[in-house]
Structure formats: structure tokens, C-alpha cells
Ligand binder design. Structure first.
Ligand SMILES: [Zn+2]
Length: 107
């Protein structure tokens, strides 16, 4: 719920800055490692935006992959792992961010 709430708050602030009358759609980038359930987020967004100008806005979610790389040999992985096959320590970058990419609104 808190994620949806944060999104709605930010969207409404943006809409207010632009003096928008209605928010039509929101494009959000989400890190895969946040393990967010899209249907749940969409539902929570509808609940959190109820009664605001963002009510009924279409939510578009884009999931971003983390960059997982071995600090020893530089091998890249697409899934989080504990340790590289060379025994090296793994560095994980990204995949945990939430970003509002675009807000479509009626001014
Ligand atoms: Zn390695």
C-alpha cells in the first residue's frame, strides 16, 4: 500500500505544479528486486487515488533488471546469486528503485 500511496502523492504533486485537471496515465519504472506484484500495485493505486484527479488513471509498469556483476572476474549475471562461480564477491546495482517516468495529464 505504501508504494501506491507514494506514487499517488508524487503524481498529484506533479499534476498540481502543472495545474492539471485530470491525470490520464502514469508510467512507472520498478526494480525487479522490489518484488512488486503488478496487480496488487494497480489495485492499491486505484484505492489510493480514489477521489483525486488521478482517479481512473492508467498505470503502466516497466520492470528494470538489476546489474549483477562479479567484482573478481567481471562476469555478469541476470539473477541474484550469492557468489560467483570463480568464488568472487558479487556486486548488485539497481533493481531496487522506483521511478515515475511519465505522467500524462489534461491541463
Ligand atoms: Zn567471478
Amino acid at each position: 500500500m505504501s508504494f501506491a500511496q507514494t506514487i499517488v502523492e508524487n503524481v498529484l504533486r506533479l499534476a498540481e505544479e502543472k495545474k492539471a485537471k485530470k491525470v490520464r496515465g502514469v508510467v512507472i519504472e520498478l526494480g525487479e528486486l522490489l518484488l512488486i506484484n503488478p496487480e496488487q500495485l494497480e489495485f492499491c493505486f486505484q484505492v489510493a487515488s480514489h477521489g483525486t484527479i488521478a482517479e481512473g488513471a492508467e498505470l503502466e509498469l516497466k520492470f528494470t533488471k538489476p546489474v549483477i556483476e562479479c567484482l573478481m572476474c567481471g562476469k555478469k549475471y541476470s539473477e541474484p546469486i550469492a557468489i560467483c562461480e570463480c568464488g568472487g564477491i558479487i556486486k548488485v546495482e539497481g533493481g531496487k528503485d522506483m521511478l515515475i517516468r511519465r505522467v500524462e495529464m489534461e491541463v
